[in-house]
Design a protein around this ligand. Structure first.
Ligand code: NA7
Length: 545
C-alpha cells in the first residue's frame, strides 16, 4: 500500500518541543495519548505513518480480515461511556468495523488533534546530556521529548520472501498487510496465494469466491477451528453491556486475556468418549476457546496429541478429496504450538472446482516468472499473487525506527542476538523509552486490547511517579533484563510452544533472524502481578534519577 508520506523540505525545521512522543496510532497509541494528555496533562504528539488511525487495522484490509478475539472483548475497557455507547455487529468484526470503532474512540476523546498522520519516523536518538529524545521524520521534521513511547504493534512489518524473479512478474502482487485501500478486483483473475497462517486461512475462502481460479501454495499445513461467525443480536449487546465489569474481571484474571477460563481437567484424565464430547462441543461453539477445552493442551504432549488428532479427523471429514485432505493435515507440529487460526470455511474451500492446493514441501518454489510461479515441478500461470506470508514480528517495526540510546548505542546492536528487555517495557541503555507490548511481554499470546491497556496503564503510572518525584530518567538495569530474558525462556519452556520450529513466535519465519522465543508465555494475570509488584517495590530493576 502506498500512503502519501510527507517529503523532506529543503531546510530541516527547528525541533518541536513536547513532553512525550508516541509512535503509532493503533489501539496502543490512541490509549497512551489519552492517558498522558488527558490524565497527566502532558504535551504529546502521536506520529503515525498511515493516512488514518487504526494501526494494524489501517493496513490489514484484505478481504476476510477479522479479529480472532470476540468483538465484545476486542475493545477498550477503560471508559464506561465508550463501552456502553458502542455496538458490534458481528461476533468477529471485519477490519472496516474495527477501524470505525477506533475512529469513534479517537473522535469521542478528541484525540485526532494531537495525531500527525502520514508521518514516518526515520530515527530516534537519546541525548545523555539533556535526557531528551530527538525524533526525525521522512519529511525532515524534528521533535524532542523526555519520553518516547513506541506503539507500533507486534505485527506491522510485512514479510515478503525474497523469491528470485519477483521483479519480472507481469501481473500484480500484494502483501495482505499492505492492502490497497481501494481494494482489488479479482473477477476473472487467476490468483496465487502464498501462505496458510491465520491470514491465509481468512483470505482464501473469499479469494476463491471472487476469483476465476485460486492456487494456494502451502509450506506448512495448519490447524484451524471454525470461527462460527454470525451477527450479534440486540439482546446479546444488552446483556454484555450489563455484564461488562464481570467480563473485564474475568479477562484480566486469566492466562490469555479472554473472559473465559481454562478447563481444570486434563485431556488425558478423561475417557475417550468424554474427551470427544468436550471437543465436539468446543468445535461447534467455535473460536479460540477450543484451546481452553483442557488445561494441558499446551503443556503435555499426549494431551496436545488428542486435540491435534481431533482436528485432523475433522479435516478428513470436511475435505472431499482424500489426497488433498492429507496434504492439508498438519503432522509436524501440535495444535496451538503455532498461533491457532480460526476460519470461515477454510477447509471447505478445497472442495471447490476453482481451487488448487500446491504442497511446497513436495515442490518448492524455484522462482517467480513473468507469467506466474515456477515450482520444482511446473509453472503455475497467474494474474495476481497474494503474499499472506506474515510479518517480521515483534522486532521488525522497532528496529526500522533506527533507535539509538545512551551514548549512541543502537537498538540493532543491543538486539543483535534477539530482543533483550525488562518486562518487555524497556531495554537497558535506552532511557525513557517505553515499548507497548514489546518482546518479552504477553502481547500476542493475549487478547491484545487487554495486554495494551495493562502496558499503557503501567507506563502512565511510571511517568506519573517520576514527575511527582522530580525524576527525569528511567532505565532498565542490565541484570534485571538478563533475569527477565531467563524468565521469558523458562515460561516458554514450561509449555509446548517452542516445539513449533517454524513459528514466528521464535522469529523462525524470517531468514537470518535470531531464534529467540519472544512473547512472555507465563500468562497475563501472572505478568500483570509481576509488573505491579515492581511498581510497589519502588521500581525494582529500573535505575531512576
Ligand atoms: P503467519 O502466521 O506468519 O503465516 C505466514 C504463512 O506464510 C505461513 O503459512 C508460512 O509458512 C508462509 N510463508 C512464509 N514465508 C514463506 C515462504 N518463503 N515460502 C512459502 N510460504 C511462506 O502470518 P499471518 O499473517 O498468517 O498471521 C500473523 C498473525 O496475524 C496471526 O497469527 C494473528 O495473530 C494475526 P510456514 O508456516 O512458515 O511454513
Amino acid at each position: 500500500m502506498t500512503t502519501q508520506s510527507r517529503t523532506a523540505p529543503a531546510v530541516p525545521s527547528a525541533p518541536q518541543a513536547l513532553d512525550a512522543i508516541i509512535i503509532g496510532a493503533g489501539f496502543s497509541g490512541l490509549y497512551q495519548l489519552h492517558k498522558l494528555r488527558d490524565e497527566l496533562g502532558l504535551k504529546v504528539r502521536v506520529l503515525e505513518k498511515g493516512a488514518g488511525v487504526g494501526g494494524t487495522w489501517f493496513w490489514n484490509r484484505y478481504p476476510g480480515a477479522r479479529c480472532d478475539s470476540e468483538s465484545y472483548y476486542y475493545c477498550y475497557s477503560f471508559n464506561k461511556a465508550i463501552e456502553q455507547a458502542w455496538s458490534w455487529s458481528e461476533r468477529y468484526p471485519e477490519h472496516t468495523e474495527i477501524r470505525k470503532y477506533l475512529n469513534f474512540v479517537a473522535d469521542r476523546l478528541a484525540l485526532k488533534r494531537d495525531i500527525q498522520l502520514d508521518t514516518e519516523v526515520t530515527s530516534a536518538a537519546f541525548d545523555d546530556g539533556t535526557n531528551l529524545w530527538t525524533v526525525q521524520t521522512v519529511a525532515g521534521e524534528t521533535f524532542q521529548a523526555q519520553f518516547l513511547i513506541t506503539a507500533v504493534g507486534c505485527l506491522s512489518t510485512a514479510n515478503v520472501p525474497k523469491f528470485k524473479g519477483l521483479e519480472n512478474f507481469k501481473g500484480d502482487w500484494y502483501h495482505t498487510g499492505n492492502w490497497p485501500p481501494e481494494g482489488i478486483d479479482f473477477a476473472g483473475k487467476r490468483v496465487g496465494q502464498i501462505g496458510t497462517g491465520s491470514t491465509g486461512i481468512q483470505v482464501a475462502p473469499v479469494l476463491a469466491k471472487q476469483s476465476k481460479h485460486l492456487t494456494i501454495f502451502q509450506r506448512t499445513a495448519n490447524y484451524s477451528i471454525p470461527a462460527r461467525n454470525r451477527p450479534v443480536t440486540p439482546d446479546e449487546v444488552e446483556l454484555t453491556r450489563k455484564n461488562y465489569d464481570d467480563v473485564w474481571r474475568r479477562a484480566r484474571s486469566g492466562t490469555n486475556g479472554h473472559p473465559f477460563s481454562m478447563s481444570s481437567q486434563s485431556a488425558v484424565s478423561v475417557s475417550d468418549e468424554e474427551r470427544r464430547a468436550i471437543y465436539e462441543k468446543a468445535w461447534e461453539r467455535g473460536g479460540l476457546r477450543f484451546r481452553a477445552s483442557f488445561k494441558d493442551i499446551l503443556e503435555n504432549e499426549k494431551a496436545n496429541e488428542t486435540a491435534s488428532d481431533f482436528i485432523r479427523e475433522k479435516i478428513a471429514t470436511v475435505v472431499e478429496d482424500a489426497k488433498v485432505g492429507e496434504m492439508l493435515t498438519p503432522r509436524d507440529h501440535g495444535f496451538a504450538t503455532k498461533r491457532p487460526p480460526i476460519d470461515s470455511g477454510y477447509f471447505e474451500t478445497f472442495n471447490r472446482d476453482n481451487v488448487l492446493l500446491v504442497d511446497l514441501k513436495a515442490e518448492p518454489i524455484v522462482e517467480v516468472t513473468e507469467k506466474g510461479i515456477r515450482t520444482s515441478n511446473q509453472e503455475y500461470e497467474l494474474d495476481i499473487i497474494v503474499f499472506a506470508t506474515g510479518f517480521d514480528a515483534f522486532t521488525g517495526s522497532l528496529l526500522r525506527l533506527n533507535i539509538t540510546g545512551s551514548h549512541g548505542y543502537a537498538l540493532k546492536e543491543a538486539w543483535a542476538a534477539g530482543p533483550r528487555t525488562y518486562l518487555g517495557l524497556q531495554t537497558p541503555k535506552f532511557p525513557n523509552l517505553f515499548t507497548i507490548t514489546g518482546p518479552g511481554s504477553p502481547s500476542v499470546l493475549c487478547n491484545m486490547p487487554i495486554a495494551i491497556e495493562q502496558h499503557v496503564d503501567w507506563i502512565t503510572g511510571c511517568i506519573r511517579d517520576m514527575l511527582a518525584s522530580g525524576l527525569t530518567r528511567i532505565e532498565a538495569e542490565p541484570a534485571a533484563a538478563e533475569q527477565w530474558v531467563e524468565q521469558v525462556n523458562d515460561a516458554a519452556n514450561a509449555t509446548l510452544l517452542p516445539m513449533a520450529s517454524s513459528s514466528w513466535y521464535l522469529g523462525a519465519n524470517v531468514p537470518g533472524k535470531p531464534r529467540v522465543f519472544m512473547p512472555y508465555a507465563g500468562g497475563f494475570a501472572r505478568y500483570a502481578n509481576i509488573c505491579n509488584d515492581v511498581t510497589r517495590s519502588d521500581y525494582r530493576g529500573f535505575a531512576r534519577s
